[in-house]
Design a protein around this ligand. Structure first.
Ligand code: OGA
Ligand code: MN
Length: 210
């Protein structure tokens, strides 16, 4: 796909590393070229139309269950080799992983991510991304895929930062948010129109219990 080439030395990578070191989170408003954001959104909608997205569960392993009172999004995990746009995104996340390992010595080994579609009215209550019984998730990364998102559409990511500070991010197409999975509680406010994203986690080796 022409016009979708992303330089390996994406200028945001070092800013994200610096932000994580000083604040524990980072927001990059125009992280992806528009063509790639559009291609990812189209891929997400196609999968939704084909019935490939399923209601997300809460918790992990055998104890996982769907609880719409906690989270109402529908998801599908990404695998390499499924779509050109997805592979571009995975490559870019791999260069971010390497930049974080070089700059922060995090020892991140892999990246897992899923498409997420919030139907109108859906939300995700306040939570931490690191599971109590599995501490591999170290850095969370969410890229938003919504064109023309307005504040009245809701669906903001609300992060609870140190010192009781709350910070809202609009889920506007091409915007990337990165934060430390074990340290930043966050929630997704009710979205009043369909809200698309690609949400992922950089993981290090850990004490996987199952
Ligand atoms: C999650 C999550 C945030 C967002 O999927 O764990 O918190 O803004 N997503 O979509
Ligand atoms: Mn989360």
């Amino acid at each position: 796909m022409p016009g979708m080439q992303i330089p390996f030395d994406h200028p945001s990578l070092s800013r994200i590393v610096d932000d994580l070191a000083t604040h524990g989170w980072s927001q990059q408003t125009l992280f992806l070229p528009e063509s790639l954001t559009r291609a990812l959104a189209a891929e997400c909608r196609k999968r939704a139309a084909e019935g490939e997205l399923a209601p997300a569960g809460v918790g992990r392993g055998p104890a996982q269950e769907v609880r719409e009172g906690i989270r109402g999004d529908h998801i599908q995990w990404l695998e390499p080799g499924e779509a050109d746009a997805c592979d571009r995104y995975l490559e870019l996340m791999d260069s971010l992983r390497e930049a974080m390992n070089r700059g922060l010595f995090l020892g991140l080994e892999d990246f897992e991510c899923h498409f997420a579609l919030y139907p109108p009215g859906a939300f995700y209550r306040k939570h931490l991304d690191r599971f109590r019984d599995d501490d591999r998730r170290t850095v969370s990364a969410v890229i938003y895929l919504n064109e023309d998102w307005l504040p009245e559409h809701g669906g903001q990511l609300r992060m609870s930062l140190k010192g009781d500070v709350e910070r809202d991010v609009q889920p506007t197409g091409g915007c990337l948010v990165v934060f430390l999975s074990g340290e930043v509680p966050h929630e997704v406010l009710p979205a009043h129109r369909e809200r698309l994203s690609l949400t992922g986690w950089f993981r290090r080796r850990g004490n996987e219990p199952f």
